[in-house]
Unconditional design. Structure first.
Length: 82
């Protein structure tokens, strides 16, 4: 179980707090690696395994382009969705 001490709205705030010495931050790897804080180290978590829901959002009443439909098929097959 995670023991969360602080929760912030913006990832940039979490990075700032980490750089200021307030502790470690947990966030999506892509965001952490894109940060400009060169004195911070990004490490992948292996345990505990953390997952989150993702959604494919489309405009109601509109069909997907062939490329978007192909992407949706890949996402569903890779993530086991319906």
């Amino acid at each position: 179980m995670l023991d969360v001490a602080n929760e912030v709205t913006f990832f940039s705030t979490a990075l700032w707090m980490t750089q200021a010495g307030a502790g470690a931050s947990i966030m999506p790897t892509a965001y952490a690696r894109a940060s400009r804080h060169k004195d911070l180290v990004v490490r992948s978590l292996h345990e505990p395994v953390i997952s989150r829901d993702i959604s494919l959002v489309t405009k109601r009443g509109r069909s997907l382009s062939p490329a978007a439909e192909a992407l949706a098929v890949v996402i569903r097959s890779e993530l086991g969705g319906a």
